[in-house]
Design a protein around this ligand. Structure first.
Ligand code: ADP
Ligand code: ADP
Length: 243
């Protein structure tokens, strides 16, 4: 069975019209897809097509208006706040700009350890060990834990963001344009890292990108979105090589 099954997902955002009346904008309009276990589902499409919204709903960052989301055998569409908190550990998100999501005044070690201590009730010593292990996994030396986000390059910061996800031992990572802000040579390194982690840890990915060549090299299955709908879906070769 699939790790994630999304059916008939609709997401409306509240907006105000030019005249100031309350209304809604339908960002996702009846979308269904599966994320197979241990594999990567790519979501491609132009800016504004509903890719991020779809990923954010699965990650619990945005609420669905209607539709069902089954994660790891459980219907999470109507999950309580408490269930949602438990689930967010199993579903992590990596964004395009890691700097924006790292607190500049906290050391990397502290940022990564906090959810383990506060959320999992882990001892500080145990958290420190888990953090060191996660940093090593993404190719950063142990000293990285005592430094601040500004002391790293863009590529290193994306490794830190990946370590922050991995330290929580998720089953799914929603990667939202994870390499779009990076130089081409660095993009390749980060993609290789994600691929290695998938093999080592059995991770499943939703991989959001506007870059077809990245998607073609990295994903197993692909959805093409346009105007909140899926306009094409299938194995990566079939979709990306479609004339
Ligand atoms: P993509 O990831 O493909 O660029 P998004 O899911 O970010 O698309 O956005 C889909 C549509 O929803 C866009 O038209 C965007 O402007 C709109 N949108 C996104 N977030 C909000 C919001 N919080 N309120 C209103 N509209 C939004
Ligand atoms: P506080 O202000 O609460 O004393 P600390 O900076 O001492 O904050 O640590 C907060 C959390 O971050 C603790 O759980 C600690 O174990 C963890 N932590 C701090 N520095 C590191 C580090 N270099 N490596 C791993 N974990 C760290």
């Amino acid at each position: 069975d699939a790790l994630v099954s999304v059916r008939d997902l609709v997401v409306d955002y509240p907006i105000r019209t030019a005249s100031g009346k309350k209304s809604v904008f339908r960002a996702v309009d009846g979308v269904s897809f599966d994320v197979p276990r241990g594999r990567t589902l790519g979501i491609v499409g132009e800016s504004g097509s509903g890719k991020s919204t779809s990923g954010n709903v699965v990650a619990g960052l945005v609420e669905a208006t209607s539709g069902t989301i089954v994660f790891d055998g459980r219907d999470i569409s109507r999950a309580s706040a408490r269930e949602r908190r438990a689930l967010t550990r199993d579903i992590q998100v990596i964004f395009q700009d890691p700097y924006g999501s790292l607190n500049p005044v906290k050391t990397i070690g502290r940022t990564l350890a906090e959810p383990l201590v506060a959320g999992h009730g882990m001892s500080r010593a145990a958290a420190r060990e888990r953090v060191a292990d996660a940093l090593a996994r993404v190719g950063l030396d142990a000293g990285a834990a005592d430094r601040y986000p500004a002391q790293f390059s863009g590529g290193q910061r994306q490794r830190i963001a990946i370590a922050r996800a991995v330290v929580l031992q998720p089953k799914l990572i929603v990667c939202d344009e994870p390499v779009s802000a990076l130089d081409l040579s660095i993009q390749q390194q980060v993609l290789e890292l994600l691929a290695r982690l998938q093999r080592e840890l059995g991770l499943s990915y939703i991989f959001i990108s506007h870059d077809l060549s990245v998607v073609r090299s990295f994903c197993d299955e692909v959805l093409v979105m346009n105007g909140g709908r899926i306009v094409e879906a299938g194995p990566v070769a079939a979709v990306c090589d479609d004339p």
